[in-house]
Design a protein around this ligand. Structure first.
Ligand code: BDR
Ligand code: CA
Length: 313
């Protein structure tokens, strides 16, 4: 089978970085057409720089990186330096990128690329707030029918929220954008906190990254060293949750994951629960399923895959 063509839409973020590295380490499974940066964990200037730092770390300065939207559709930007550090990629000491940022806007790139390929041959992989994707759909509604699938990290049901008591960060930052994506009718696979909080970098798994003995293995170990402190303090977890790599791992090995086809709606109005993903996990409504909502993963299988693939870079 030929590799699946994807566009990664991202706000790196250490876990975004690992997701990108896993994709670039897996060219037989995934062809990364391009990367669009969005404002999220840190402002756009940094996410668009960090995406290029990661491509260069992977030895892939040929991957085109575009800057997209610098703020959510209707509200001001909320960032997460308290989790990811000032740069968004705190931990390793990585050089500034030499590769240029593409001149086109990320939203135009998404629109043009979908129009230039046969229908339903491109999967969108959002790893941050959904602003770029929703803006592309608003500007060019014809592309909605051209998307093969959207596989995204966002939301929560059992884990409820990480940025507010009710909401997960990516959805909270731009709920109006999320609503547009969840209502688009495109087949959706959602990797929520319910599963990503099970993808924990324990100290043994961190050692396995380090033991690769490569610049990539060391950088990933240092990134997760930095990023784990937030979740350890907050949840008492065993290590950093690899949220966004669940998206790229799902593309490579979907059998590692299990979930349910359910209806997911986004709360956009309530001040208390804004950005909540109301997933009908127990199917207590007659609302039509619009997403495969993932609930569990084979964590050992996930880390075996990830470590082996990172070792190829
Ligand atoms: C999500 O928010 C960001 O902090 C991470 O990169 C991930 O995409 C987890 O809630
Ligand atoms: Ca992210």
């Amino acid at each position: 089978m030929s590799p699946r063509k994807i566009i990664i839409d991202t706000d790196p973020g250490q876990d975004d970085a690992v997701a990108i590295l896993l994709a670039l380490a897996s060219p037989n499974d995934i062809e990364v057409l391009g990367i669009t940066a969005v404002a999220g964990n840190v402002p756009l200037e940094l996410t668009s720089k960090n995406a290029r730092i990661v491509c260069e770390l992977a030895g892939r300065p040929d991957i085109p990186v575009y800057a997209g939207c610098d703020r959510p559709l209707r509200h001001s930007l909320v960032t997460a330096e308290h989790v990811h550090g000032k740069t968004g990629l705190d931990g390793p000491d990585l050089p500034d990128p030499n590769m240029p940022l593409q001149t086109a806007h990320g939203v135009d790139y998404i629109i043009d690329t979908l129009r230039a390929h046969p229908p339903k041959t491109i999967t969108l992989c959002p790893l941050g707030p959904l602003t770029n994707i929703a803006t592309a759909f608003e500007r060019a509604p014809d592309i909605i029918d051209l998307v093969q699938e959207i596989v995204l990290m966002g939301g929560a049901y059992f884990e409820v929220g990480n940025i507010t008591p009710a909401a997960e960060f990516n959805i909270y930052v731009d709920p109006e954008a999320a609503e547009a994506v969840f209502k688009s009718g495109i087949p959706l696979v959602v990797l929520p906190l319910d599963v990503t909080h099970k993808a924990l970098v324990t100290s043994a798994r961190n050692k396995a990254f380090r033991a690769l003995g490569t610049p990539v293995g060391l950088a990933v170990a240092q990134m997760t060293d930095f990023f784990e402190r937030f979740d350890k303090e907050k949840y008492g977890s065993l290590g950093a949750p690899l949220h966004d790599p669940c998206v790229t791992a799902y593309l490579i090995a979907p059998d590692l994951f299990t979930g349910r086809h359910v209806n997911v709606e986004i709360e956009t109005n309530s001040a208390l629960t804004r950005g909540m993903t109301v997933a009908d996990w127990w199917r207590v409504t007659d609302r039509s399923p619009n997403a495969l909502f993932i609930g569990d993963l084979d964590a050992d299988g996930f880390f075996t895959l990830l470590t082996e693939r990172l070792g190829r870079l």
